[in-house]
Design a protein around this ligand. Structure first.
Ligand SMILES: Cc1cc2nc3c(=O)[nH]c(=O)nc-3n(C[C@H](O)[C@H](O)[C@H](O)COP(=O)(O)OP(=O)(O)OC[C@H]3O[C@@H](n4cnc5c(N)ncnc54)[C@H](O)[C@@H]3O)c2cc1C
Length: 290
């Protein structure tokens, strides 16, 4: 199918883009990489009368290292997240996860802001943003505001974003000194969305986990961040029994969706296996598969 007719706008400034959103309201839709919106328009699930293209806005581009934070423009492509030396050094978990999104062509066009705004529960970037405690800067007619990724992601394809707002920057805390990380995902075919995914960071002191962060994606309406559970495992031995205890606890704790063809029990088992694999990778010091 082809999309319904629409007017195309290519604003050159953020103010111009905001004015177009204010003018056209629910009839307008922003387009970034088009990797989610274009298929939805082709299938006529989305029928915007006005398409506002963000690709000519310099304010939404660029990756800047700030103290303890990486400020990433909303229009940063998945490919740049995966390959930028700045991102790989400051937020290696983000780079590792971005490299696994879809296929090469999708990563060339898809953007960080688009993935967050689309809010697919199985998508990599909402999971990483939630797990790392990223903050999302949103601009609108009243100026700018900032919310945490967990506040931003409300439900399946539902966010805190108003119809006249634009994501400008995503601020991701940089990795702690000595922090290790692992991203693990399972999908039926290479390039498909994950049935379950997990993101883990850990600092090891001697043979014990000194601090852990654990996020699980693809199993519920939004990414699950298990901060309290992870804090309870500070001091746990970083050996096979310790890894097994953590993986089992995570699997027991997550709320899991039942879907035709993918039972909740299967998904829970998958979470256990993925967490165990991530922790094994971390304890072995092998965190970047490439
Ligand atoms: C075959 C295929 C496989 C894929 N596999 C995966 C996968 O494995 N993992 C994964 O995570 N993703 C996957 N994707 C989705 C891909 O990552 C998309 O790029 C991403 O979800 C949306 O980013 P975009 O820049 O293309 O956004 P667009 O499609 O342009 O827009 C998506 C939505 O975000 C809104 N939007 C965009 N930018 C902003 C902004 N700055 N502020 C406010 N709203 C904004 C748009 O209005 C729209 O509602 C796949 C896509 C395809 C086609």
């Amino acid at each position: 199918m082809k999309p319904t007719a629409f007017s195309y706008h290519r604003p050159r400034t953020l103010d111009e883009a905001l004015s177009l959103l204010a003018l056209h309201g629910f009839d307008a839709k922003l387009i970034a990489g088009g990797q989610s919106l274009a298929p939805m328009m082709n299938m006529r699930f989305a029928q915007p009368a006005h398409l506002v293209d963000l690709n000519a806005l310099p304010q939404l581009k660029g990756v800047t290292l700030e103290p303890d934070t990486l400020a990433i423009g909303a229009m940063t492509r998945h490919h740049e997240l995966a390959t930028s030396s700045t991102v790989r050094a400051a937020c290696p978990l983000l780079a590792q996860a971005a490299a696994t999104i879809g296929h090469y062509a999708i990563r060339q066009r898809g953007t960080l802001g688009g993935s967050l705004a689309h809010a697919d529960p199985a998508a990599q970037l909402p999971l990483i943003a939630s797990t790392l405690g990223a903050r999302i800067e949103i601009v609108g007619p009243a100026g700018s505001r900032e919310v945490s990724a967990s506040q931003f992601l409300i439900a399946v394809m539902t966010t805190d974003l108003a119809v006249d707002e634009i994501i400008r920057t995503v601020r991701v805390p940089t990795a702690l000194p000595g922090e290790r990380h692992a991203f693990e995902a399972f999908s039926r075919r290479h390039g498909d969305f994950a049935i379950a995914a997990c993101a883990v960071t850990a600092v090891l002191v001697g043979d014990r986990f000194a601090s852990l962060r654990i996020g699980v994606g693809g199993v519920a309406d939004v990414p699950l961040v298990l901060d309290d559970l992870a804090a309870g495992f500070a001091g746990e031995k970083a050996d096979a029994p310790g890894v097994g205890r953590i993986a089992q606890a995570v699997a027991n704790a997550v709320e899991v969706r039942d879907q035709p063809g993918i039972s909740a029990a299967y998904r829970r088992d998958l979470v256990k296996a993925l967490i165990a694999r991530a922790l094994q990778r971390i304890t072995a010091g092998v965190t970047q598969p490439d």
